[in-house]
Design a protein around this ligand. Structure first.
Ligand code: NAD
Length: 357
């Protein structure tokens, strides 16, 4: 099969890690008989340097014309003085909205080989865990009515959480479909004991669950979920939740894996085109030194194959190659304790993964 991939390398370590993912994707294409074409576009600080703005129209048009988008990271101290509306990070909101991406998939996986990196005790993490957080991305309180008004105690500010049945069903279906490709468990997280919007969320999720009899469905209040994630993360497979709860819980879940350089993400919309990126930033402190861990971006590439192109065996092959190199003891600097031996460079780690594929 043939696919066109738009590459948004961005700033800092962005170019190094995206090039790593491209090398692994090219190897995968050769192994499975596919053809991937890659077209680079500017985004973030490098786009400001070249064009004066962080998200040129050519980038938006190129991404819209592609089958999917792979992003590195944007930003860095060089652009910190830019006005708010022209900051590199502004481009992220712009491109997500231009591509109509309403779902964020954030896997939080603790690899058995990296168990020591988790801040949780051994008896809690056991052999590791593998959670997929499905977060609604374009609704809820971050996009609801807001403002200032006169209240009981004088001036007050307010924000509104609002969700329609359509929005809840849309994100719910992504969660149930995702669970069908994994271990078929969905936990929906809300605050239905207090919030009306959560009561509609829960009612809608329950109706949807009836359409997926193979999926084991449960609900949990968000305060309990925050505790359960550190008490017993292994109990979760797919978590589905609103924009704000997902924002908070996905960061908590990534912290308990202990390694920011390992975590991929996907943003999806109505079409098969998605945007795939590591959850970390542009790491200006190590940029250009060939020290970055490329695995989060390589795994983002694997997610692209699975969720945008329907190439599950190919995605499995990349994920298994990552497992194998970690089991073999390969580590970039961020995955090593200070007393361990020599770390692999970004290029060496990429070559190891491509070799094992
Ligand atoms: P960061 O994620 O870039 O870095 C935090 C720490 O983690 C640093 O010590 C860094 O060296 C390390 N790190 C991150 N990714 C790594 C990797 N792949 N391998 C090894 N080490 C890695 O967060 P920050 O320092 O808060 O932000 C730096 C810049 O990135 C800022 O301009 C920020 O706005 C931007 N940022 C961009 C995105 C994005 O593009 N999606 C996300 C977060 C931050």
């Amino acid at each position: 099969m043939e696919f066109n991939i738009a590459l948004l390398r961005g700033d800092g370590i962005g170019p190094e890690i995206v090039d790593s993912a491209v090398a692994v994707l090219e190897k995968t294409a050769a192994k499975f008989g596919h053809k991937f074409s890659f077209t680079p576009y500017l985004i973030g600080g490098c786009a400001i340097d070249e064009t004066g703005i962080p998200l040129p129209q050519e980038t938006i048009d190129g991404c819209l014309a592609s089958d999917s988008v792979l992003l590195g990271a944007v930003g860095g101290p060089k652009w910190d003085d830019q006005p708010g509306s022209n900051r590199p990070e502004k481009a992220l909101l712009g491109i997500r909205s231009a591509l109509g991406l309403f779902t964020n998939l954030r896997p939080a996986k603790l690899y058995p080989a990296l168990r020591a990196a988790s801040p949780l005790k051994d008896e809690i993490v056991g052999k590791g865990f593998d959670i997929m957080i499905v977060r609604e991305l374009t609704g809820g309180i971050y996009f609801g009515d807001r403002g200032y008004r006169e209240g009981k105690y004088g001036q007050e500010a307010f924000d509104t959480e609002a969700y329609s049945v359509t929005e809840i069903e849309r994100i719910g279906r992504v969660a149930f479909d995702t669970a069908m490709k994994r271990s078929k468990r969905v936990c929906s997280i809300d605050k239905a004991n207090v919030l009306e919007s959560s009561r509609l969320w829960r009612k809608t999720m329950h109706s949807l669950a009836e359409e997926y009899p193979e999926v084991e469905y449960s609900d949990m209040f968000v305060d309990n979920a925050a505790m359960q994630l550190v008490r017993d993360p292994k109990q979760f497979d797919v978590i589905v939740t609103s924009n704000m709860f997902g924002d908070i819980l996905s960061d908590e879940a990534s912290q308990i894996t202990g390694s920011i350089g390992m975590l991929a993400s996907a943003s999806l919309g109505e079409t098969s085109r998605g945007m795939y990126e590591p959850i970390h930033g542009s790491a200006p402190d190590i940029a250009g030194q060939n020290k970055a861990n490329p695995i989060a971006t390589i795994l983002s590439g694997a997610m692209m194959l699975r969720y945008s192109f329907g190439l599950s065996a190919e995605a499995d092959a990349i994920e298994n190659a990552v497992d194998k190199v970690l089991e073999a003891g390969c580590r970039t600097a961020d995955l090593m304790g200070s007393t361990e031996g020599n770390p692999l460079t970004c290029t060496e780690m990429t070559e190891k993964i491509a070799e094992v594929l």
